[in-house]
Design a protein around this ligand. Structure first.
Ligand SMILES: Cc1cc2nc3c(=O)[nH]c(=O)nc-3n(C[C@H](O)[C@H](O)[C@H](O)COP(=O)(O)OP(=O)(O)OC[C@H]3O[C@@H](n4cnc5c(N)ncnc54)[C@H](O)[C@@H]3O)c2cc1C
Length: 373
């Protein structure tokens, strides 16, 4: 079966991998270099921040992230030569107002990923001696990992590019669909080249609203700017991820520490802002005071593909037989990426699905002018 995928972020690249494994032939298109948009900019925490604040539908996909990435890393590494480092650092949360709910959530769902304990100050200093002594306690999720997402995208791209059943089109913006007989017949690039396939996947992240006009659908996906700072500390300097007031620190294995993030609606602009840098810096230094002695070596911003509840659209688009959605992952597209792609593959190939797909259905997209849910 021939499948064309528009958008080569984590959603499109993982969809390509899943479908390729089942014998499909893949064409994948991106308007820029593959894997350079939100999926590159993100932090790579393999869990929603404060999972209890999200709908079950988000957590149901996210809980498979770590295990599936482990499997993919083993498969891709020998061919791509890239290890995207699933770093089992655990996560400390300091927001006291969330302690009770967090413990209750962990007890209720009993997922190994969400195993959680309450730490006293002595225990906290044992887990992570860099933490500000003013924090008297913390919630500790010892199983939560992070991935090095830029390397993840490089690894998948390298694997796909060497595969005989994959055609990779970078710097190739897709402008429109050519429709006929209730289906997409072909897609057309900005330079008017047509590309044909049996099925077409939209994994266009924050740009997904572009399709609204042609499909006459209300697609409530907006870009939400998120800024990040990068520090380089000695290897193993910070033993765990840390989170407080929706700001976080993510240690990589080699001592890099990624800090974020912010939320701003400013269209498709990815300029970094000085005031935001200061906010992130002060929140992170509050958690780990010694971080202030290291310089910021890089900063950037990316555009999250927001959706009204953070539950992505995965499944067949309304009215058309062969057009499929995998977009709208908002703050959790990296942790939901592997399971979202698996669900999409099972739906396209009419296989039994590993979870109930109803919550993700694209029938939630209403015709233009009507309210959506
Ligand atoms: C600062 C920040 C921190 C984050 N931290 C985390 C985290 O810790 N954990 C987590 O799980 N998630 C995190 N996220 C969210 C996550 O990064 C996103 O949800 C995810 O990357 C979305 O992936 P995507 O493939 O749908 O979109 P993208 O990665 O944006 O990819 C979409 C691609 O489609 C292409 N495209 C769009 N339109 C067209 C077209 N017409 N023709 C051709 N190509 C097109 C774009 O060029 C782009 O490459 C973070 C995001 C940000 C910004």
């Amino acid at each position: 079966m021939k499948i064309a995928i528009i958008g080569a972020g984590i959603s499109g690249l993982m969809s390509a991998l899943e479908l390729l494994e089942q014998g499909c032939s893949i064409s994948i298109f991106d308007q820029q270099q593959a894997g350079q948009a939100a999926s590159w900019a993100g932090g790579g925490i393999l869990s929603p921040m404060y999972p209890w604040r999200y709908p079950d539908a988000v957590n149901q996909l996210a809980q498979h992230g770590k295990a599936l990435y482990n499997q993919w890393n083993e498969k891709l590494k020998p061919i791509s030569g890239i290890d995207f480092e699933i770093h089992e650092s655990g996560l400390l949360i300091f927001d006291e107002s969330d302690f009770e709910q967090g413990l209750k959530y962990a007890q209720q769902f009993q997922q190994p990923m969400q195993h959680c304990e309450s730490l006293s100050q002595v225990q906290l200093q044992q887990v992570n001696p860099r933490i500000n002594a003013k924090f008297q306690q913390a919630l500790y999720f010892s199983q939560i990992a992070n991935i090095r997402n830029p390397r993840l995208l490089q690894s998948i791209s390298a694997y796909l590019k060497q595969h005989p059943r994959v055609q990779f089109f970078e710097h190739c913006p897709i402008k429109q669909f050519n429709l006929g007989n209730g289906a997409v017949q072909s897609i057309q690039s900005e330079n008017n080249t047509r590309y044909f396939a049996e099925h077409f996947v939209l994994s266009t992240g924050a740009w997904s609203q572009h399709w609204a006009e042609q499909l006459q659908l209300d697609i409530p996906v907006q870009p939400v700017h998120g800024q990040m700072l990068l520090f380089k500390t000695p290897q193993h300097w910070l033993p765990s991820m840390c989170m407080n007031k929706v700001m976080y620190l993510i240690p990589r294995v080699d001592g890099h520490v990624v800090c974020g993030s912010s939320m701003q609606n400013c269209g498709f602009d990815t300029t970094v802002h000085k005031a935001t840098e200061q906010n992130i810096l002060s929140a992170c230094v509050e958690m780990v005071p010694e971080l202030a002695s290291f310089p910021i070596i890089k900063q950037w911003a990316g555009l999250r593909p927001s959706s009204p509840t953070g539950v992505p659209y995965i499944g067949k688009m309304p009215e058309l037989d062969n057009l499929w959605a995998n977009f709208g992952h908002f703050r959790n597209g990296l942790c939901m990426g592997p399971a979202s792609a698996r669900l999409l593959r099972q739906l396209i190939l009419q296989q039994p699905t590993f979870i109930d797909p109803a919550a993700y259905s694209s029938t939630r997209l209403s015709p233009t002018g009507l309210a959506h849910s």
